[in-house]
Write a protein that binds this ligand. Structure first.
Ligand SMILES: Cc1cc2nc3c(=O)[nH]c(=O)nc-3n(C[C@H](O)[C@H](O)[C@H](O)COP(=O)(O)O)c2cc1C
Ligand code: SF4
Length: 436
């Protein structure tokens, strides 16, 4: 057991994603109560009181985001669930879309009522097949049951929903790029201000939340914000769906209560490292978070404070476990190939920097590394920090700096000898794990 459950608190069966099963578990009762008994601003108050932090990577307080929306400003507001889930190693929103699509939809309806939204969107990763089909079927069921459209549950509230499928761009998961993509343009991130809650989709106030963040709204409204806070830690209320993969005996998606011991989670709940190998390090929350060595995680608990103090973060909840014997030079090559491929090209430091870093790491791996290559990688990473429109430029730099700081000897050996210090015993599995 990895602590108390909020999202995964039911048994998954072949029919548990369907409306009938969801209703039998009390599904849509919270929506009915919210629409009949609560004012919109009361709901935002509960979400703020819950202290829930965004689960999409940046850990921004959801209540603070919702609080920016002015309810009676006589203009449309929009709500988007971010189901792009493109961060390598991350596949936890997928669990919700496949197994609990109505939990997301009920949560979105409550959020829409709180924010006085009449048109909601789900932006879903283009490569998702089963999650898309399950969600689309759930939307259809919900419309047939009068849960979307006009006069929802016999009240005066109206809300429609559109599922928008992405086309495979990682950057479209970034909130402003997601909006331009829904608008039918190229998915380019844009500078802030103005914030998206002020000028977002179609230039109107827009709330974008991660699928998991939104899926917690039912529990928050059902029990109240204060009750929600009793789960997790003071600064990280609630739980996190962690998708864990790599050199691990029991990979999968686990719901982890914040504050749970990280080493226990990996070694006991997830069955430990494959083949009884020793743990080398982990990527704790998507490849944009810095690696933590086995020694560094020994006393870490799974929450924002503890992971930040250790020098990394919860990120997107996508954890990758890396066994002793894995070549970190090859691992960085895989990451940099990804970032280079995904750079949208708007910002010079990201567009050019990713290309330079990718070429440098390729030549190191090919045995043509040069003495200054490590310093070059560090210089380029630092030049990206804070100089780009979206967080991708920074993230690639953090990942690179994190790996080099902890495994510099492997890079030096590779450059000097033209081959890996470790022989790359399980490189291929690492590549697969990182590409999800
Ligand atoms: C390059 C990039 C990719 C991102 N991809 C995702 C994604 O796939 N899913 C997601 O929820 N957030 C993603 N984000 C974060 C979003 O910009 C945004 O912070 C998030 O959707 C807000 O929801 P939250 O506050 O509930 O976390 C990405 C950010 C960046 C910079
Ligand atoms: S940082 Fe990279 S991905 Fe983000 S907007 Fe700039 S060029 Fe595009």
């Amino acid at each position: 057991m990895t602590g108390r459950k909020i999202i995964m608190d039911f048994e998954v069966t072949p029919t548990s994603h369907l409306l009938a099963d969801y209703r039998a578990r009390g599904g849509y009762d919270t929506l009915a109560r919210a629409l009949r008994e609560m004012r919109p601003e009361q709901i935002t108050k509960e979400v703020t009181a819950s202290g829930i932090l965004g689960h999409g990577g940046a850990a921004f307080p959801a209540g603070r985001k919702w609080g920016v929306i002015k309810l009676n400003d006589e203009q449309p507001h929009y709500l988007c669930a971010n189901a792009d889930e493109g961060e390598p190693g991350t596949f936890k929103d997928r669990w919700i879309l496949e197994n609990a699509p109505h939990l997301l939809l009920e949560s979105m309806l409550i959020a829409a009522y709180a924010l006085q939204v009449h048109h909601a969107f789900v932006y879903i990763r283009g490569e998702f097949d089963l999650p898309y089909r399950r969600l689309a079927a759930a939307v259809e069921e919900a419309y047939e049951a009068g849960l979307f459209g006009e006069g929802i549950l016999g009240t005066g509230f109206a809300c429609d929903i559109v599922i928008y499928r992405g086309a495979g761009s990682y950057v479209c998961g970034e909130a402003s790029a997601l909006i331009t993509s829904i608008e039918g343009r190229k998915g380019y991130p844009r500078n802030r201000p103005p914030r998206l809650t002020v000028r977002g989709l179609y230039q109107k106030p827009t709330v974008i939340n991660n699928v998991e963040t939104l899926s917690n709204v039912v529990a928050i409204v059902r029990g109240g914000g204060e009750a929600f806070r009793t789960v997790g830690t003071a600064k990280s209320p609630g739980t996190q769906l962690v998708s864990i993969s790599g050199h691990l005996n029991k990979p999968g998606v686990y719901e982890v209560e914040y504050g749970y011991p990280l080493a226990k989670f990996i070694h006991e709940d997830c069955g430990g490292v494959l083949g009884g190998a020793k743990l080398k390090c982990i990527v704790p929350g998507g490849i944009s978070t810095k690696v933590l060595t086995a020694a560094e995680i020994e006393h870490v608990t799974y929450d924002h404070v503890s992971l930040t103090a250790a020098g990394s973060g919860v990120g997107s909840g996508g954890m990758v476990v890396i066994a002793e014997g894995t070549c970190m030079v090859r691992l960085l090559q895989i990451l940099l190939r990804f970032y280079h491929h995904e750079s949208c090209g708007q910002c010079t430091p990201c567009r050019e920097g990713m290309g330079w870093m990718h070429r440098i790491i390729d030549r190191i791996v090919e045995g043509r590394g040069q003495p200054d290559d490590i310093e070059q990688l560090i210089r380029i990473s630092k030049a990206n920090d804070g100089t780009t429109i979206c967080g991708m430029g920074d993230a690639a730099g953090y990942a690179t700096l994190g790996i080099i700081a902890k495994y510099r000897d492997e890079f030096e050996y590779y450059i000097e000898h033209g081959r890996s210090k470790l022989g790359g015993r399980i490189e291929v599995e690492t590549a697969e794990a990182l590409h999800g």
